[in-house]
Design a protein around this ligand. Structure first.
Ligand SMILES: Nc1nc2c(ncn2[C@@H]2O[C@H](COP(=O)(O)OP(=O)(O)OP(=O)(O)O)[C@@H](O)[C@H]2O)c(=O)[nH]1
Ligand SMILES: [Mg+2]
Length: 300
């Protein structure tokens, strides 16, 4: 009897409409999606970290640089020709002043994390790398690609055909970046992606100095530009049939200019810097990697 009454009382209490219960119920229903969104977007923050793409001809030292930065070591790991893209997560402190060799976790500093994407240099594997630059064009917000490091072997450039090999891939990359700035039908240009030409292996005595590498690459890029535009004209169509708008799309830098210079990329908001350094050997045998690290830290 007593039990019956107690059960009845409890049931009555549960079923009686009460303001606090209704308010609480509404609050849960309305706030749950908000909470879920916050939770999910927090856990996917990883894939939207700012990233730096490292590209360049085979053997330039891209993987060596990445392993050295990742290990915060004075020496790179032993590397082999890369066949796949390799991504490492690095961090620099909030004001961008920390060295690549600082352990930010240990010092407890607030760190800005970013990704460095090491790509294979082999000719057959460049498509995926160039595609990364093109997809960076789709919308301004879905990409966090901040900069491209184009690494070259400063000693190989002094050899026969070295400049030509280094310049043709650079041409493709700069053209992809240039098209990206013009592409898209929104009036808002995508965020600019600057390029660092990292002239590696400055420790070798045969290495060309950065200033010479710059002028040699510019001269070779001019040659490539001229020969590619002639290729368009001689490909069966008469000069009159070639849509001049299309041709200017495939022209790197200032349209119609005689010689190419990196400064012409400014028109497309693309800064190109040439900086010498060396991954192997410390700062006693060359400039080391500090200047490149500063450049990268400045862009993320
Ligand atoms: N002397 C010297 N050798 C270097 C330097 N940096 C890298 N190397 C050497 O260059 C070789 C090629 O380096 P990798 O990092 O494998 O080259 P990569 O650019 O990743 O080449 P792919 O993966 O084929 O595109 C390795 O034997 C490195 O030890 C440097 O600053 N000085
Ligand atoms: Mg590699």
């Amino acid at each position: 009897m007593d039990l019956h009454a107690a059960a009845k009382g409890a049931l009555e209490f549960l079923l009686t409409p009460s303001i606090p219960v209704i308010v609480l119920g509404f609050a849960v229903v309305l706030l749950f999606p908000v909470f879920l969104h916050w939770f999910l977007s927090r856990s996917t923050a990883y894939i939207t970290l700012p990233s730096i793409l490292v590209a360049g001809p085979p053997g330039a030292g891209k993987t060596a640089l990445i392993t050295r930065l990742e290990r915060r070591a004075p020496k790179p790991a032993t590397t082999y020709t890369s066949q796949t893209t390799n991504i490492v997560e690095l961090a620099v402190n909030e004001d961008g002043s920390s060295s690549y060799s600082d352990d930010l976790d240990a010092s407890g500093a607030v760190a800005k994390k970013f990704l460095v994407i090491d790509t294979p240099g082999h000719g057959k594997l460049r498509g995926a790398t160039l595609a990364r630059l093109t997809t960076a064009s789709s919308t301004a917000s879905d990409t966090k690609l901040r900069a491209v490091v184009y690494m070259v072997d400063s000693a190989a450039l002094a050899e026969d055909g070295g400049v030509a090999a280094a310049a043709s891939y650079l041409y493709d990359i700069l053209l992809a970046l240039q098209k990206r700035m013009g592409a898209g039908n929104s009036s808002k240009a995508p965020p600019a992606i600057p390029v660092l030409v990292a002239a590696n292996k400055a420790d070798l005595f045969t290495a060309l100095p950065a200033a010479l590498i710059k002028t040699q690459l510019e001269a070779e890029l001019s040659r490539i530009r001229t020969s590619r535009s002639k290729g368009l004209l001689s490909s069966g169509v008469g000069a009159d049939d070639v849509d001049s708008a299309n041709e200017s799309d495939d022209w790197l830098g200032e349209y119609g200019s005689k010689a190419f210079s990196f400064a012409q990329m400014r028109e497309f908001d693309i800064d190109v810097d040439v900086v010498a350094g060396n991954v192997v050997g410390g700062t006693d045998s060359g400039p080391g990697v500090d200047k490149w690290w500063r450049w990268i830290a400045d862009k993320v």
